[in-house]
Design a binder for this molecule. Structure first.
Ligand SMILES: Nc1ncnc2c1ncn2[C@@H]1O[C@H](COP(=O)(O)OP(=O)(O)OP(=O)(O)O)[C@@H](O)[C@H]1O
Length: 610
């Protein structure tokens, strides 16, 4: 993914046509019926207005003639038509509303999927750490001052379509009263309406363009209610900090939006004056014509009702907000490529089942950073070796494993597996050969079974395998005690769900990786895999390590030297360079950085023990 694709600025175009076309594509039947209902719901009130006019004109000859005269019967017919049209209006309007919303939901769902698939398309992960790209995703989901996803626009269009049908009908009725009146009123009202809508849309663009800032603002607002942060927020007394930071950011972000709203209110006053004058003049004109006998009372009533109906054209309200925000979100969502097929390949044997991994002159820099994190790493890891990477915080250990796993592509140099350099043509296939227990491993709010089976999802029905890896990771007792065993959801936020401790989560992550190894993965990466384990569990993990990893290549990052010394080979990383490489004994004998750090840690233990 290029930087331009990641950081595409907010869409300036409105997706009206493409969004409507999209709605007809994803829900053809419902969209067609919604459109038909919008036309009926818009046309029926015009019919009612005509019927009322005719009824009033028919009443004069009918009055005093009794209930069973032709004139009275004609009045009954008009009344019946009015009643029927009332029902038709309400039925069509209800159908339009519920179907329009359903189509909108479908559009929102499908566009949400489109964004998810597009964001998951690159095999590398750097774009998901890019704030510009995250803002694009936020905009495509309709996140703004208020959440207004794309489907809301579809519903707004159906409401507006109905309104346009009735407006054109009412204008046609006015033309019957006087030829110039319909076009003139329609044009004046439409011009005012479009201006009102433009104001709305400007406000929308401004607030959507604020997404990046608003994402930050929302973050500040949400932290105190996030379970992960709840303890620290209380213990450190941070509620007021987050409230103040939220307000301090929110107000300046909203200043322009508020200014726009003030201008808009002023414009609304002008609108009221112009329309009031127009409507008053027309009523005076109609009244004058009726009084001088050049038009009937029925036409007068019809004209009045038509004007009243036309006044609705002026409305610029929630529907415009829906169309504005929603279509903006849709424009953004539609700018993501449509990826329909999942690109996750099944695990299949690599060219050579157990291949040497070679890093050749690797350089890497994170997007937006000034300096490289890795400076020319050369490292050959033979198949089946257990390697430990050691180094101070920020030395580049995690970054190196990200490159080896194919999660990032290097700025310079190559990662080779066997004979094949890892590039975009084979990246996903290689990734399926790698399993990991990362520092920020996934804590999926799904069942414990799913959490572990993710290690090799196609083998999820391997009950024996699941039980075996759970046992190896020391989870058997934990799972037995769960209220729904393997089907317990790992989050108390859900009914019958439970919360696991940090160590239990880590064991789940280990079991997941072991399940992947069991089903053919050839590289295990572990970044501080025992950080949350109790000493007994950690000892057990490493004592049985070779048996558990079944000959796979393993790369472990750890600050615990008791763990590190068990590896066949150790490399020491310092500021993005390998400075030492050998067995524990070699490096101790060399008396370099490794020996220094090892002795420092051993001394601490001795001090504590004595
Ligand atoms: N996603 C990222 N975006 C930008 N910079 C990053 C990112 N991840 C890490 N860095 C930077 O890259 C450098 C190396 O980080 P890395 O996580 O590889 O170090 P490490 O040796 O694993 O550290 P630790 O022992 O603390 O886990 C650090 O200076 C860090 O700030």
């Amino acid at each position: 993914m290029t930087t331009e694709e990641r950081q595409a600025p907010p869409a300036q175009r409105w997706a009206t046509t493409s969004l409507i076309r999209y709605a007809f594509t994803v829900a053809p039947a419902a969209a067609t019926v919604t459109a038909a209902m919008a036309v009926v719901a818009g046309a029926a009130p015009v019919g009612i207005t005509i019927a009322i006019g005719e009824l009033i004109d028919g009443l004069t000859p009918a009055i005093g003639g009794g209930l069973d005269t032709p004139a009275a019967r004609e009045c009954y017919a008009w009344v019946a038509l009015i009643v029927v049209l009332f029902f038709v209006t309400h039925l069509a309007e209800s159908a339009r509303t519920s179907l329009g919303r359903a189509v909108g939901r479908r559009v929102t769902g499908r566009l949400g999927e489109r964004v998810m698939m597009a964001a998951s398309q690159p095999a590398t992960i750097g774009h998901l750490e890019d704030s510009a790209y995250l803002s694009r995703i936020g905009r495509a989901r309709g996140a703004g001052t208020i959440d207004m996803p794309p489907g809301e626009a579809v519903f707004g269009y159906s409401t507006r379509a109905s309104l346009w049908v009735s407006s054109i009908g009412f204008a046609a009725l006015l033309t019957q009263v006087s030829w110039w009146m319909g076009p003139v009123v329609l044009v004046v009202f439409v011009v005012i309406h479009l201006r009102l809508v433009r104001n709305y849309r400007t406000a929308v663009i401004e607030s959507v363009n604020q997404t990046k800032k608003l994402r930050r603002t929302s973050y500040l607002r949400d932290v105190p209610t996030t379970p992960d942060a709840a303890r620290e927020v209380r213990l450190f007394g941070l509620t007021a900090f987050f409230r103040d930071a939220y307000q301090a950011q929110w107000r300046p972000n909203m200043v322009e939006v508020w200014q726009r709203r003030r201008e808009h209110r002023l414009f609304v006053v002008v609108v009221v004056l112009v329309t009031g004058t127009t409507v008053a003049s027309i009523f005076y004109y109609l009244g004058h014509r009726a009084a001088t006998g050049s038009t009937t009372v029925g036409d007068l009533a019809m004209g009045g009702l038509a004007i009243r109906g036309l006044l609705q054209v002026l409305r610029a309200d929630d529907d415009d907000l829906r169309m504005g925000f929603g279509s903006k979100a849709a424009t953004e969502a539609l700018s993501f490529p449509a990826v329909t097929t999942t690109t996750d390949p099944e695990r299949e044997p690599w060219e050579t089942p157990a291949a040497t991994i070679s890093c050749e002159d690797l350089h890497f820099r994170y997007g937006g950073a000034q300096d490289d994190v890795l400076h020319g790493i050369d490292l050959v890891v033979p198949a089946g070796q257990s390697l430990a990477i050691v180094g101070l915080n920020g030395a580049g250990k995690t970054t190196l494993t990200r490159l080896i796993a194919g999660l990032d592509s290097p700025g310079g140099g190559t990662v080779r597996v066997g004979q094949s350099p890892i590039d975009d043509s084979n990246r996903r296939r290689w990734q399926r050969q790698v399993v990991g227990v990362f520092q920020d491993f996934g804590r999926y709010e799904l069942t414990v079974r799913e959490n572990i089976a993710f290690g090799s999802l196609v083998d999820a029905d391997d009950e024996d395998g699941l039980r075996a890896v759970a046992h190896q990771a020391g989870l058997s007792g934990f799972i037995e005690r769960l209220p729904h065993g393997w089907d317990t959801v790992m989050s108390s936020a859900f009914t019958n769900g439970v919360e696991a401790s940090g160590g239990e989560w880590q064991r789940i992550a280990i079991a997941r990786a072991l399940f992947g190894l069991r089903h053919g993965a050839q590289l295990l990466i572990m970044d501080e895999p025992a950080a949350s384990l109790d000493p007994r569990a950690e000892a057990q993990l490493y004592d049985t390590f070779h048996e558990l990893t079944a000959g796979a290549t393993t790369i472990a990052i750890s600050h615990r030297f008791a763990t590190v010394r068990k590896a066949e080979r150790v490399v020491v990383l310092d500021e993005g360079r390998i400075i030492e490489d050998g067995t524990h004994d070699d490096l101790m004998a060399a008396g370099g950085r490794y020996a220094e750090l090892f002795r420092l840690q051993a001394k601490r233990f001795e001090e504590v023990a004595s």
